[in-house]
Write a protein that binds this ligand. Structure first.
Ligand SMILES: [Zn+2]
Length: 339
């Protein structure tokens, strides 16, 4: 009998596949790294070889420079590879452009590693794909029954209504630069907003990358005012999107009387919204909520569920009550860059 930990186990450096000789999303430089997606806590620079989807490789090159690895190996969704003794394939995770679950098969044992994922529709990336596995390794960012993400369209409608009601104010929306910003823009377009959307300079490269990969973002404009060029009134009634870090800088203070908004799954926690001084919280997450997590485990119906980074206790308890063997993994280093 093969034990799952002979195929995959947690180490200080991340998930290690012994018969394949590779790490998945290693936290430190590795000889061979399989990377699920481009968020910084999963995709780090400095690995000797990186296997990832072409989109993820492009995102890593954009963020870290072309020299992020001497040996990038693109792997298309569904392509089957043999790495060491292990059959490996990447499958859409529905999280951000290029995001993948990784399927490992060795001596008849199948382990699926989710990376970060969500189940609801996202116009900027391929939808989550269900495949059967004996062991499923799932994230647990929002793994409490209180976390139920509302309908995306309703959240976008809040922003559009506020724009109508406050035509003299800039709507300054915080969104993570990879994934959330582009999804927010696409959802605004679907909501009928066709005016230029102003983006912080730190988002230009990733927005261009999404457009290069066929994601139409509509008219974008810079959100910068050089001295003596225009006035503060230029952004009245406009939507300006910036990364959360930019809100603490002089950049954010130049907008007059802004409506401070933030697009994140954490905005359903009122205290967090208040803490950040958010007037218009938008609950928009790129992670599965409680219903999506439990539905995914039911859909995959594995024998064992391994749980990474998040509220692993609640999900482990749920899984055990449902008859699945559950094991929280003690992996460190994953943060919520991308909530
Ligand atoms: Zn992520």
């Amino acid at each position: 009998m093969i034990r799952p930990d002979q195929l995959l186990r947690e180490t200080e450096r991340g998930l290690w596949c012994e018969p394949g000789g590779f790490f998945i999303d290693p936290m430190r430089p590795a000889e061979r790294a399989l990377v699920t997606h481009g968020h910084a806590d999963h995709a780090r620079a400095g690995h000797a070889r990186v296997l990832a989807t072409p989109e993820t490789l492009a995102i890593m090159a954009a963020r870290y420079g072309e020299a992020f690895t001497p040996d990038p190996v693109p792997v298309a969704y569904g392509e089957r590879l043999k790495i060491g003794e292990v059959d490996v394939s990447f499958h859409p995770a529905g999280h951000v452009l290029g995001s993948a679950q990784i399927r490992l098969e060795w001596k008849g044992l199948v382990i699926g590693v989710s990376g970060d994922y969500k189940r609801r529709r996202d116009p900027t990336c391929a939808p989550f794909e269900v495949f059967p596995a004996h062991v499923y390794v799932t994230e647990a960012t929002f793994a409490l029954p209180v976390f139920r993400h509302p309908d995306d369209g309703d959240e976008i409608a809040k922003l559009l209504t506020s724009l109508q009601q406050n035509p003299d104010r800039t709507h300054l929306v915080g969104a993570y630069a990879l994934g959330k910003a582009q999804r927010l823009i696409c959802l605004l377009r679907e909501g009928g907003y066709d005016a230029p959307i102003h983006i912080h300079g730190a988002m230009e490269q990733l927005c261009a990358l999404y457009e290069d990969h066929g994601v139409d973002l509509g008219p974008l404009a810079k959100a910068t005012l050089k001295d003596g060029e225009g006035t503060r009134q230029d952004f009245a009634g406009k939507i300006v999107i910036g990364p959360p870090s930019s809100f603490q800088t002089a950049w954010a203070r130049r907008f007059s009387d802004p409506v401070i908004s933030f697009a994140s799954g954490w905005m359903q926690v009122r205290a967090r919204a208040r803490q950040r001084g958010v007037e218009l919280p938008l609950i928009l997450s790129d992670h599965a909520d409680w219903d999506e997590l439990t539905q995914t485990i039911r859909d995959i119906d594995p024998e064992e569920v391994w749980i990474t980074h998040g509220r692993d206790d609640a999900l482990a308890r749920w899984a055990e009550l449902e008859g699945y063997k559950a094991r929280p993994l003690s992996l460190v280093g994953y943060e919520d860059e991308d909530d």
